[in-house]
Design a binder for this molecule. Sequence first.
Ligand code: NI
Length: 434
Amino acid sequence: LGWVSLMVLEEKVFKDPIHGYIRVRDELIWALIQTPEFQRLRRIKQLGGTQVVYPTAEHSRFSHSLGVYEITRRIIGTLDPRAEMMSVDTRILLLAAALLHDLGHGPFSHSFESVLDVNHEDFTVRIILEDTEINRLLETYQAGLAKEVADVILKRHENLMVINLISSQLDADRLDYLLRDAYFTGTPYGEIDLDRILRTIRVHDKLIVYKESGMHVIEDYLLSRYQMFWQVYAHDCSRSFNFIIQSLLMRVRDLISSGHKFKCDVVLFERLFEGDIDVSIKTYLRFDDGVITTFAASFAEEDDAILRDLADRFLNRRLFKEFDFSGSEMSEKFLKWVAIGLTDLGYDPKYYIFRDEQQRTLYDYYRYDEDSKKEPINLLMRSGKIREISEVSDVIRGIVNIAKEKKTVFLPLDFMKKCHDDESFLNMLGDFIV
Ligand code: NI
C-alpha cells in the first residue's frame, strides 16, 4: 500500500466562489477527499436548518471543509518555510487536520447531537481513529498520523501553532465559514479582507501572531463574527426549526423505546438510539440530511399524531413562535402555566415547549483559559513586542466586555394566538415580563 506518495503529478483544482480555486497537490489530501466518509459531507448542509430563513443557504460541509483546507494551504505558503515547525510533516498534518476537522457532523448537527447527547468532535475523532478508509489512508502515509490529526482536533497536540491555525479566535475554520456563510445567505455581514489577514500572519515564539498593520482588518473580522452570530446563526426561525427537528427525533426515540409499531422500517433509528453514545461509526455515517428528510416524509403518514405533526412541521416549515424574554426572569411558575395551557390544547409539553438562552461577547479574550488552549489574538508590534489586540485597538477595547444575551421560549403558534385573545394571558404576562 505504498502508493500514497508525497505529491500528485498534476495539480487538481476545485472551482469555488469564495477562494476562486482550491488547489490540491498532495496525493494524500486528494485520496482523503475521495473516501466515502469525506464524500458524505456533500450531503450535509453547513448551516443545517438556516435555509428556512435564508433560502440560498444550501452549501455543504464538503465545500466548507475544502475551504478550510485551502485557507490553511495559503497560510502555510505565506509563513517562513525555514521555520522549524513548518517541516514537511507539520505541513501535511495541518492540511489533513484542516480538511477533516468537520468529518463527524451529523445531519442538522445541533439538533441531532442534542438528542443523541453526543458531540460531533467525538465522532470526527472516532472516524479518524477507528476502522475507516480515512484511518487507513493516514496510517498508510505515516504510522501514527491518524492519532496526530486527532490530537490537533482535540486541541491536545504539542504543537500549539498547529492548533492555533485550525482552532482559535482567528483560525482557518472561522475565516472560511464567515465568508462562505455570508456569501450563501446573501448577507453583507461577513465580508472581510481575507488576503490582507493572511498577509499579516507571522510565527513568533512558536505561536501565531498578526502584524500590527493587520489590526483594522482583524477588528472588521471580529465585528463580522458578532453580526453573523445574531443575524444568521442565532436567528429565531432557524432556532425554531432546529427545535422541531429535535422534537421529531425525540419522538422517534420515545416511540421506539415504548415498542411502537411503525408502518415504515425504522431499523436505522433503532441502531442509532440503541447505541446512543456508543453508536457504531457505520450506523452514524449512514445519517445525512437526505436520510432525515426521507424519513420525515414517511413519518408524516404514521399513526402517531405527535410524530405526524412534527414531521409535517419539518416538511412544511410550520415553525414554533418565539417569545422573547431577554432581560426578564423566565420563572418555573410561568413555564408550568404554559405547560398546562399546552396540554389543554392537546399538545404534549415535552415536545412543544423549548427554552433557549444564548449569550455572545464580541471577543472572548477574558474567557481564555488553559484548557481550551484558545489563545488571545496577539499583534506583533513594529517594536518587535507582542501585545494582545484589545490593549492596542480602541474598537476592540470598547466592546470586549459587552455580552449580549437573549432568552427565548418557543411555542406552537396556535397556543400563542389563543393566549393573545385571552385577557388573562396578557395579565399573566404582565406579571412575568419586566
Ligand atoms: Ni468547520
